[in-house]
Design a protein around this ligand. Structure first.
Ligand SMILES: Cc1cc2nc3c(=O)[nH]c(=O)nc-3n(C[C@H](O)[C@H](O)[C@H](O)COP(=O)(O)OP(=O)(O)OC[C@H]3O[C@@H](n4cnc5c(N)ncnc54)[C@H](O)[C@@H]3O)c2cc1C
Ligand SMILES: *[C@@H]1O[C@H](CO)[C@@H](O)[C@H](O)[C@H]1NC(C)=O
Ligand SMILES: *[C@@H]1O[C@H](CO)[C@@H](O)[C@H](O)[C@H]1NC(C)=O
Ligand SMILES: *[C@@H]1O[C@H](CO)[C@@H](O)[C@H](O)[C@H]1NC(C)=O
Length: 430
């Protein structure tokens, strides 16, 4: 681990992140391609991406659901294309399965609205003109018969579907390994494992001090070491996912802290009748009755992995950290639980009536970090910038915090990396 004032003279970027961390890896990879910067990705686990890969749906989203002008739409579309390209060029297993959003007669207006909205989405400006002849988010409305032809086991109640051919699935573990390999092969990027960040302090030199300018002092502990190491960095990027907001909050007075909410999502594996020949992802229309909201969960959907295993999930269950926040909070909630199966079976039966309760088995659980609580509307990704000395933002030593990186965070990861680099370079840190 590098440390000490000698490091301070090179512009050093440190990216802090934890286990799943596809976003941290993507950013570190982008930065490691900038030859005049050194980048360190600090990772507290012994390997990158051990847990992430198993805790989401591994779906490459098309970009259907979010407001057209949002970062989520823009970074999802850009990220989706970058991801498909990367899959092809780096031999990352993926399949462009396409997806059906299935609707009952009553739900038809929902998919019609979604279709109309998708037609209006334009390519982000960062795209070359070659893409511009095709729609940015291609969709097609299917009749009852067309829908049944694609998936014969769908319920008779299903009166049609929205077809999204740009949706697919990816081996997220292989993606992370490929990003890791790029960083390791780069001139200026480093991965530091088994190292956790224990403290961050703003650094503002006094006038007489000839140490380099503003920045951040990051204290890390490697393995079982008793003493922390210190790293000085001009720019600090916190892509630490679920708990990132806790850190940012600790730097601010109570009144300026951001509220946080967490929602568990459980998955169940399925083998049994009622899914004959299934080859597309199947999503119900999100529940929008009561206090449920389509922006909080896309509904319990059917997903396939690259081995053809069928899974249903994720459901949505709000949880709240106890006051004082203990480190085991997450792990306690990451255990799959039999009690979810009945509700899941009920939800799935609405579109796949042949699926049996007995065929469902609890699988894994993921936790969604939310910037808004139950019953509220859309919330975008947040890229927040803090400075060591708020009175002197011109010193350009930002702490860039990525907040609320929930779905489509995996799809968007490569585009998020581009965006963070833009923020950094735009800030004059280069
Ligand atoms: C149930 C579920 C399903 C999803 N499905 C999809 C999908 O199908 N498609 C899609 O595109 N997206 C999906 N997502 C979203 C996607 O998984 C996330 O957006 C993405 O994985 C976020 O990655 P990240 O790198 O930002 O954060 P994370 O994966 O949360 O990683 C950050 C890590 O930083 C670690 N950390 C915290 N503090 C420290 C410290 N002090 N020192 C070191 N490390 C620390 C944390 O432990 C954490 O593990 C889903 C999410 C969930 C929860
Ligand atoms: C980033 O967030 C994580 C999780 O809350 C925290 O442990 C870490 O210290 C933070 N780092 C910075 C520099 O804010
Ligand atoms: C399973 O979930 C139920 C309801 O949320 C809870 O009461 C129970 O303690 C959980 N069981 C386990 C083993 O976690
Ligand atoms: C599922 O589809 C298969 C093949 O078309 C058919 O034989 C079977 O009866 C269907 N089952 C249900 C529950 O629809």
């Amino acid at each position: 681990m590098v440390s000490g004032p000698s490091q301070a003279s090179t512009s050093l970027f440190v990216i802090l992140s934890l286990k799943p961390c596809v976003v941290g890896l993507a950013i570190a990879r982008s930065l490691s391609q900038l030859v005049d910067k050194s980048t360190i990705l600090v990772e507290r686990h012994t390997r990158a991406g051990q847990e992430t890969s198993s805790r989401n749906s591994e779906v490459i989203h098309a970009g259907l659901y979010y407001p057209p002008e949002s970062l989520k739409t823009r970074l999802c579309i850009r990220g989706r294309e970058l991801l498909y390209d990367r899959c092809e060029s780096c031999n990352i297993p993926f399949r462009k399965t396409g997806k059906l959003v299935v609707a009952t007669e009553k739900q038809r207006p929902y998919i019609e609205t979604l279709h109309a909205k998708a037609q209006k989405i334009v390519w982000p400006s960062s795209f070359s003109s070659t893409h511009r002849d095709e729609p940015a988010v291609p969709t097609q409305l299917l009749s009852r018969a067309e829908t049944r032809q694609m998936e014969p086991n769908l319920s008779d109640e299903i009166a049609g579907a929205l077809w999204s051919p740009a949706t697919g699935i990816i081996d997220s573990h292989a993606l992370m390994e490929s990003l890791e390999a790029d960083i390791i092969d780069s001139e200026s990027g480093d991965l530091v494992y088994s190292t956790r960040v224990v403290r961050v302090d703003p650094y503002t030199p006094s006038v007489s001090d000839d140490t380099p300018g503003h920045g951040w002092v990051v204290q890390t502990v490697t393995g079982d070491a008793e003493e922390p190491d210190a790293i000085f960095t001009k720019t600090l990027i916190n892509a630490s996912g679920l708990s990132a907001p806790l850190i940012v909050n600790s730097l601010h007075p109570e009144a300026e802290r951001m509220p946080l909410f967490y929602a568990r999502g459980s998955y169940a594996k399925y083998s049994g009748p009622g899914i004959a020949g299934i080859s597309h992802l199947i999503y119900p229309c999100p529940e929008t009755e009561g206090n449920a909201h389509g922006f909080q969960s896309l509904g319990t959907h059917l997903t396939l992995d690259l081995q053809g295993q069928v899974r249903f999930g994720p459901d949505l269950q709000w949880i709240s950290p106890a006051d004082g926040e203990d480190a085991d909070f997450w792990t306690k909630h990451l255990v799959a639980n039999e009690s979810i199966l009945e509700g899941m079976h009920h939800a799935v039966s609405r579109y796949l009536p042949g699926v049996t309760l007995e065929g469902l088995q609890p699988d894994y659980v993921g936790v969604r970090p939310k910037l808004i609580g139950p019953g509220s509307g859309f919330k975008d990704f947040v890229f927040r910038t803090d400075y060591p000395d708020t009175a002197r933002e011109s010193e350009y030593s930002p702490l860039i915090s990525l907040l609320g990186i929930e779905s489509p965070g995996l799809t968007a990861s490569l585009a998020i990396a581009e965006h963070v680099v833009e923020i950094m370079l735009g800030q004059g840190t280069g």
